[in-house]
Design a protein around this ligand. Structure first.
Ligand code: P71
Length: 462
């Protein structure tokens, strides 16, 4: 027998329940995407074969989590599941106050309202759509302080989520530290391609912020995945557990917003976590107006239990190795084929570089949107535009933002698809790549005022 050259990862679970998915024809899909205004958000999920729209709320829960769902204490006040979740946050993240919210943007809303004064600036390592929107609704101005490498899909820098401290210093000089509400620091930066920051960079950021009395608020949505990258990519961290790395990250921050729909392996839920007593009190006052009572904040007791249990599972090394291993498997296949993708491969998704994929389509004809539609037409694989449509318009000038990154995201739900699904996906992308010259640009025929990507409608240009 040939000697084994490598030892593969495999999922640390077996499958107990399956959900059949529908197979459709090309003709059916062409009609479906046309009816959806060439917007993958407007497709019916039952018309999708492999759903790579998002990793948000799409995870498969474990039997341990499902068992927890049966233990839901749906009391209006003081549910025991709240205390389980609170204990999990203390144990794994270390924050003092837990303020549960229905999902991540609920936490962003409250954080923005309690911390941002009109005219303040909020520096961030790139932006996330809902995060920036809530900052702007509170009267704040977002300022991008991510390293330049993050805007370059070709750069293979290992920590493209890092903050450029010079950019931050310049903002502090320009506005004055008292005008900086907080640093909005995202783990595994979604819009940059799922790219991590390093612990070294965070420590330097912490020093600079401490000197200037500026709090750091973590977007912890994928911070466990960021912790895995620190373990596997950063010198000095290989022997630490994901748990230890996670706790160290949080120790340099003052609080966090969380969409549990990602790292925590649940279908709904999120929270705001804070260390400061006074801020937590202000947050709870808003919580009861917008979300729910302080011990449920818009989530059912059973869902809080599933979150608490999901956190325990998410920090397991074997889980992360398989989760990120699957994303890398798909990414490496695409690289072999020669498809332009953002490098290095991130934790939760593969991002196609639509500018390179479709160089004949100008950015204001929405190349990423057109590519996402073409992939659906080819195979029923649903992806998401992350380019000019997602970036929206500058409120002052009314012009489109023209982001450097014009991407299509193939987002992998956790514990849901198999390696064969990844193969089928890669083969579809290859087929679309071979026929790329025939793909046409789009015209926007309906544009919502904010977060337009969710509901905008398009027509094919001829
Ligand atoms: C994703 C999502 C879900 C989404 C949101 C908006 C547009 C399209 C898709 C949600 C995030 C996120 C980060 C880093 C906060 C939220 C909001 N991501 N921060 O990637 O990735 O959380 O959806 O629970 O409100 O598909 P929420």
């Amino acid at each position: 027998m040939a000697k084994l050259k490598k030892r593969s990862w495999a999922e640390p679970f077996k499958i107990k329940v399956v959900e059949p998915i529908k197979m459709t024809t090309q003709e059916f899909r062409e009609k479906a995407i046309e009816e959806a205004g060439y917007n993958t958000f407007l497709l019916r999920s039952e018309d999708v074969y492999i759903d790579l729209l998002t990793d948000s709320g799409t995870s498969a829960m474990s039997d341990y989590q499902w068992a927890g769902m049966m233990m839901g204490d749906e009391a209006y006040a003081g549910s025991k599941n709240f205390y389980h979740l609170e204990a999990a946050i203390h144990k794994y993240y270390g924050y003092k106050h837990l303020i549960p919210t229905h999902q991540g943007r609920g936490a962003e809303h409250i954080l923005s309202q309690i911390m941002i004064k009109p005219g303040d600036v909020i520096p961030g390592n790139m932006y996330f759509t809902t995060t920036r929107h809530h900052q702007e609704l509170a009267g704040g101005i977002f300022a991008d302080i991510i390293v330049d490498e993050a805007h370059d899909p070709e750069s293979t820098y290992k920590f493209k989520g890092n903050v450029d401290l010079n950019k931050l210093s310049n903002i502090i000089k320009e506005y004055g530290a008292e005008k900086v509400s907080y640093i909005s620091l995202e783990g595994n930066v979604n819009m940059a391609g799922g790219q991590p920051f390093s612990m070294k960079n965070l420590k330097e950021l912490y020093e600079l912020c401490s000197k200037n009395n500026i709090p750091i608020m973590l977007d912890a949505t994928r911070i466990i995945e960021n912790s895995y990258f620190i373990k596997t990519r950063e010198e000095g961290y290989a022997d630490l557990s994901i748990e230890e790395i996670l706790m160290e990250i949080c120790s340099y921050t003052d609080g966090a917003t969380m969409s549990s729909k990602k790292d925590h392996l649940v279908n709904i839920g999120g929270f705001l976590a804070l260390n400061d007593d006074h801020l937590a009190q202000k947050a709870r006052e808003l919580l009861v107006v917008f979300e729910g009572l302080q011990t449920y904040g818009g989530i059912a007791g059973r869902d809080m239990e599933a979150m608490a249990r999901g956190i325990e599972e998410a920090v397991q090394y074997d889980h992360m190795k398989a989760r990120i291993g699957q994303v890398e498997y798909l990414g490496e296949k695409l690289l072999e084929i020669g498809v332009p993708i953002v490098k290095p491969i991130g934790s939760h998704a593969i991002y196609l570089d639509a500018k390179k994929f479709l160089p004949h389509i100008p950015q204001d004809q929405y190349p990423a949107q057109a590519l996402a539609a073409a992939i659906y037409e080819d195979s029923g694989v649903r992806t998401m535009e992350r380019g000019i449509v997602s970036a929206g318009r500058d409120k002052k000038t009314g012009n489109h933002y023209f982001p450097k990154l014009e991407l299509v995201r193939l987002t992998i739900p956790r514990r849901v698809y198999t390696q064969a699904h990844m193969d089928v996906t890669a083969e579809s992308i290859e087929a679309v790549f071979e026929n790329r010259d025939s793909i046409k640009g789009l015209k926007m025929v309906y544009e919502p005022e904010s977060l337009r990507f969710f509901q905008a409608r398009f027509e094919k240009l001829t």
